[in-house]
Design a protein around this ligand. Structure first.
Ligand code: OSB
Ligand code: MG
Length: 367
């Protein structure tokens, strides 16, 4: 099957409220969508790059540039679509895993539609319900945070992740723990700490957190290993894991006990599955993270989360946690703290093409 034509859309979409982490604050997302056309079918992908280079080096604009100038021209009109083919076509393109992932995952959707199977099945998972956690940004004050945690727990989320940064960590989290003694709680530092903060991080150890995500600099495997040895709470790596090679390194060095796998961060499903297999073989727990995706990117994350190693709740909240109205039909809805992929071929949800075209501030076609 050939990719006959590709489209890229830039779609502004406003979150209900600003999402603040130690690394960045965002309310107005710019969603980059890729559509691959072939054999009368359309495969969809979403690029998870942010508006700013504060989480990782890529941004929506670098992704647009690399997608439209290099990645898509190298694969449109080629022999056939397939992960190996994409990898060969892009052998000369260094980096830009988020831009690559958008095309790779769209290609998987296209193939799954051609083969008439749900995407989750095509990538080795199953049509099963996956447990859902929520990620809460830094709030104005502790009262607002407690209100958020309470309402999300009432909605049925199975785990609550809270962003922390130096000075908004130990006391704040002690307050949350006191109020919700049995809730599954974790924190995400987005690399805001150094080993000089060891004593402060040690104080988090008494709060019964399920894990501490990415406390130190991205790629600091030695530092994370040292910190993990000093703490009882499992460390979880996010930004540090850009590939299966990174995951191997982290597991070898004891840098973490959990990995947050984001297919969009590691270049797509192929790499995400290698990380999954590595973790499964070494008994390391994993879950699927989120990047404030629209319902299109969420569909890929839900599909990946159905692989057997994904046992912990993922950051795959339903559409209404993020948007007034999503870009897909039907929207993602949570039942009993879980999302379940739809049984129809490919991603299962249908991108609302008319709405996407209407909202787009930029659109290009590659033939
Ligand atoms: O660090 O996991 C992160 C959002 C954007 C960039 C990085 C992160 C996040 C989140 C939100 O935590 C997860 C979600 O999509 O709900
Ligand atoms: Mg994170």
């Amino acid at each position: 099957m050939q990719i006959e034509r590709a489209e890229v859309f830039l779609v502004p979409l406003r979150l209900h409220e600003p999402f603040e982490s130690s690394a960045a604050t965002v309310q107005d997302r710019t969603i980059v969508l890729v559509a691959l056309h072939g054999d009368g079918q359309t495969g969809w992908g979403e690029c998870v790059a942010g508006e700013t280079p504060y989480y990782s080096p890529e941004t929506t604009e670098t992704a647009w540039h690399v997608l439209t100038r290099f990645l898509l021209p190298a694969v449109v009109g080629g022999a056939h679509v397939g992960v190996g083919v994409l990898r060969n076509a892009w052998a000369a393109v260094r980096g830009h895993p988020m831009a690559k992932a958008a095309v790779e995952m769209a290609a998987w959707d296209l193939q799954a539609k051609r083969d008439n199977v749900p995407l989750c099945v095509a990538i080795g998972g199953a049509l099963r319900a996956v447990p859902v956690g929520v990620s809460i940004g830094l709030q104005h004050d502790d009262y607002a945070l407690l209100e958020h945690v309470e309402s999300f727990l009432e909605e049925g989320y199975l785990r609550v992740k809270i962003k922390i940064s130096p000075g908004r960590d130990v006391d704040m989290m002690r307050g949350v723990r006191d109020r919700f003694p049995t809730a599954s709680l974790m924190v995400d530092a987005n690399s805001a700490y150094t080993m000089a903060d060891l004593e402060r991080l040690r104080e988090l150890d008494d709060l019964g957190l399920t894990m501490i995500e990415e406390p130190l600099a991205p790629g600091d495997f030695g530092g994370h290993a040292e910190l993990q040895a000093a703490l009882r709470t499992p460390l979880c790596l996010d930004e540090s894991i850009g590939s299966a090679v990174d995951a191997e390194r982290a597991l070898e060095m004891g840098s973490c006990r959990v990995i947050n796998v984001k297919p969009g961060r590691v270049g797509g499903f192929d790499e995400a599955r290698s990380i999954h297999d590595l973790c499964l073989a070494s008994g390391v727990a994993m879950w699927c993270g989120g990047m404030l995706e629209s319902g299109v990117g969420r569909a890929h994350n839900v599909a990946l989360s159905t692989l057997p190693g994904f046992t912990l709740p993922g950051d795959i909240s339903p559409s209404r946690r993020y948007w007034e109205r999503d870009l897909i039909d039907p929207e993602w809805e949570m039942a009993d703290g879980a999302l379940t992929p739809l049984a129809s071929p490919g991603i299962g949800v249908e991108p609302d093409r008319a709405r996407i075209e209407n909202l787009s501030v930029r659109r290009t076609v590659i033939v």
